[in-house]
Design a protein around this ligand. Structure first.
Ligand SMILES: [Zn+2]
Ligand SMILES: [Zn+2]
Length: 338
């Protein structure tokens, strides 16, 4: 009997099942846990990320926003969210392009989502006059202005962008893209040539996370700032320029030049649940950019976007050391902090 030899493509397919290259979002798995995490962070209950009182007010406000995102997501169905058609999916496969490309022409669905989101924030607006002003402005904004705002948010063009309005626009777009991404199958998402952009929508990642458990044990994923998908990238590699020669890690209050490869895991002092090792910035002296990396081994409840937002102190430290933040946090639109 002749044993059948696997074709090249089949071998690659096997490889992909042993290491999940992509973690697509689940409908209930993004916004509700993120809102809960933001409330924990605001209350100072996350040992690895100390939060000062000024920031905790903002985190609570964003927790309300993210809760409203969860409620809005639950109202969507496949007809009003407009899933991509078969031709779009096929074109994405043929050209190794993201199937939910953020830069492609957009339908009006996201504006309906924004309206629902703003409605769900009514009780927050009633408590906070500043928020009610922003919401009122967004409600009466002409369509062309809203679309221009959405373009700027998707392209992460900070210059000229209204920093108070941007998180609301980003939140509405996130709801739509997360809904759509949750309806994809991994095999529908091609492998892109670049590892630094989301293979589902082509957006920048917000932060890295080293996952634990199951097949993802010890692997680093980048979390998409728009569609909430997570894709695999090897550790000790720059998530901005993909170089790996001049990577360092900086935590809150100490500079750790050593790499964080798995070999360190068994070393004394690197046991699990060490808050000092949870949140770090991965800096690169090739491009002078950085992104944060959170290690689930040291905090099981890690949530990359929320943890990135709450660890603003780390941004200040790393920017003062001369590194540039690689991409924005969709819920906080600031320029360089140095
Ligand atoms: Zn994405
Ligand atoms: Zn780099």
């Amino acid at each position: 009997m002749v044993q059948r030899i696997l074709e090249r493509g089949e071998i690659e397919a096997l490889d992909h099942t042993s290491l999940p290259r992509l973690r697509l979002p689940e409908l209930g798995g993004v916004f509700a846990p993120r809102a809960a995490r933001l409330r924990e962070l605001a209350a100072g209950k996350v040992a690895g990320i100390p939060v000062n009182p000024e920031l905790s007010g903002y985190l609570l406000l964003m927790a309300d926003m993210v809760s409203a995102q969860a409620e809005t997501l639950a109202t969507l169905n496949t007809s009003d969210a407009g899933l991509p058609d078969a031709a779009t999916m096929e074109r994405a496969q043929q050209h190794a392009m993201p199937p939910l490309a953020a830069f492609a022409p957009r339908g009006p669905a996201w504006r309906g989502i924004l309206t629902t989101l703003l409605d769900k924030l009514d009780s927050v607006a009633a408590r906070q006059i500043e928020i009610s002003i922003v919401i009122a402005a967004l409600r009466t904004m002409p369509v062309e202005e809203l679309e221009a705002l959405a373009d700027a948010v998707i392209a992460q063009r900070i210059d000229g962008l209204n920093a108070a309005q941007a998180p609301f626009i980003a939140a509405a777009l996130q709801v739509l893209w997360t809904y759509q991404a949750s309806h994809l199958q991994q095999r529908q998402v091609p492998v892109l040539e670049t590892g630094t952009l989301c293979p589902v929508c082509g957006s920048h990642p917000v932060a890295s996370v080293i996952r634990i458990g199951g097949q993802s044990q010890g692997y680093r994923y980048l979390q998409c700032s728009l569609c909430s998908s997570e894709w695999h990238m090897v550790r000790v590699k720059c998530s901005c320029c993909e170089q790996n020669g001049k990577i360092s890690y900086q935590g809150l209050g100490y500079l750790d030049a050593a790499d964080d490869t798995a070999k360190g895991a068994a070393a004394p002092g690197n046991k699990a649940n060490d808050p000092g090792k949870f949140a770090r910035a991965e800096t690169c002296d090739d491009c002078h950019g950085y992104r944060k990396i959170f290690n689930q081994e040291h905090d099981y409840n890690v949530e990359p976007l929320a943890d990135d937002l709450a660890s603003l102190t780390l941004d200040v430290l790393v920017c003062e050391a001369g590194y540039l933040r690689a991409s924005v946090n969709p819920l906080l639109w600031l320029g360089n902090l140095a």
